[in-house]
Design a protein around this ligand. Sequence first.
Ligand code: SF4
Length: 168
Amino acid sequence: MMKKQNPQFYEQVTSKLGGETLTKCFQCGTCASSCPVAKLTTRFNPRLVIKNAVAGEKERILVDGPIWLCCSCYNCQERCPQGVEIAEIMYALRNIALKEGHLPKAFIEMASNLMVEGRVVPTSAFTAKRREPLGLPPLKETGIEPLSKILSVTSFSKTVEKAKEVAK
Ligand code: SF4
């Protein structure tokens, strides 16, 4: 068995839902060849994420951020000959990353917009004006107050603040 960079991290992943299937991977690459994201960018390869998780390569997975590119289509999981629950493992890795404050800057921005405006993409007078010629109705109010309560009680706001600190 290969030497683990960070055995605690490996234990952490295998204790999560789906994580117990991690060790079944025999690196056939079916997941990577089924992945629509891997077809578009070399930055994401599910086979490599699984390989690095087995090796306990925590920094490479959590800090470099490939896990955030997964689009959760489940193609990999459906086709894996070993029954590795790859999509569930991606969620587990994201949860571990978030707990430690690792979130890509683009997501931090979207999350911050959500907290302030109730939308992940901010609106402007310019974008509002462009809706009319396209036959789109005016945007509705987002109801920021109830949303803020939900974001607060679910610790979403705290998590985003921590990610902002880590990203500095
Ligand atoms: Fe491993 Fe399954 Fe991907 Fe093959 S398809 S590399 S066994 S996770």
